[in-house]
Design a protein around this ligand. Structure first.
Ligand code: KIV
Length: 279
């Protein structure tokens, strides 16, 4: 059965944990979907882990549409949430609604995600009014890396902790169906979770959130550039890939690959005739 925003509200009501993982292509989305993940986030982290940028600010609407549609084709049951890229919603509420609409129409999103608190509430309201579910994102919001001056834990002092709580209530009141809390002290994330009627999805925000999200390359050990403290490695796929690539190179160079079992046959008489003719 297709999962929807209802799955999120029911999980919160029943105290069941929600699972979300990032994906950026059809194959990975299909595997995650068959594993039973609740939601797949086409994160603008694709700027880092797929496109090799230093941060997410260079990611475009076209990137998100291209990868969103690929993931949606693989996600038969999981809710597909597509990130609104930097400057696709900050410029005006009109831009926010138009671009959210494109992510649904062209990128096949079931919901969109955008970063920020009070300052994006008008956009959240108008996008939701247009019939598009919105997931909010608070705490460390990577599109603001240049304001934060790096990727730092947020909400550690009183002012920013209070701001996180009021932002969370504001995005809920604006109509967000869930909120990602990134890099927030665990006790603060638990407090926010208890205050909200909508589910919180944590990443580096401890075990008290209503669900968790991870970037799949991080949890599979595939992204050597940087591993955040909050990431647990659930697999060693990066090394498994490297071993397989090395085996392929060695077997090809030694002519061990392709062997008989990976080779097509032709009628013996026909090939002999052709060989004779071309001698
Ligand atoms: O872009 C992304 O992958 C995200 C997650 C880190 C929540 O926003």
């Amino acid at each position: 059965m297709k999962k929807t925003v209802k799955t999120f509200s029911q999980a919160k009501a029943n105290g069941e944990k929600l699972t979300m993982l990032t994906a950026y292509d059809y194959t990975t989305a299909s595997i995650m979907d068959s594993a039973g993940v609740d939601a797949i986030l086409v994160g603008d982290s694709l700027g880092n882990v797929i496109l090799g940028y230093d941060d997410t600010t260079a990611v475009t609407m076209e990137d998100m549409i291209h990868h969103g549609a690929a993931v949606a084709r693989g996600a038969k049951e999981a809710l597909v949430v597509v990130d609104m890229p930097f400057m696709s919603y900050q410029t005006s509420v009109y831009d926010a609604v138009v671009n959210a609409g494109r992510l649904v129409k062209e990128g096949r999103a079931g919901a969109v995600k955008l970063e920020g608190g009070v300052e994006v509430c008008e956009a959240i309201k108008k996008i939701t009014d247009a019939g598009i579910p919105v997931m909010a994102h608070l705490g460390l919001t990577p599109q603001s890396v240049n304001v934060f001056g790096g990727y730092k834990v947020q909400g550690k002092d009183e002012l920013s902790a209070r701001k996180l709580i009021s932002d969370a209530l504001a995005v809920q009141n604006a109509g967000a169906f869930a909120v990602v809390l990134e890099c927030v002290p665990a006790r603060l994330a638990t407090l926010v979770t208890q205050q909200l009627a909508i589910p919180t999805i944590g990443i580096g925000a401890g075990n008290g959130c209503d669900g968790q999200v991870l970037v799949y390359q991080d949890m599979l050990g595939m992204f050597p550039d940087y591993t955040p403290k909050f990431t647990k490695r659930f697999g060693d796929v990066g090394n498994a890939m490297k071993t397989a690539f090395t085996d392929y190179i060695n077997e090809t160079k030694s002519s061990a690959f392709p062997s008989e079992e990976h080779t097509y046959k032709i009628d013996e008489k026909l090939i002999q005739r052709l060989e004779e003719e071309l001698k």
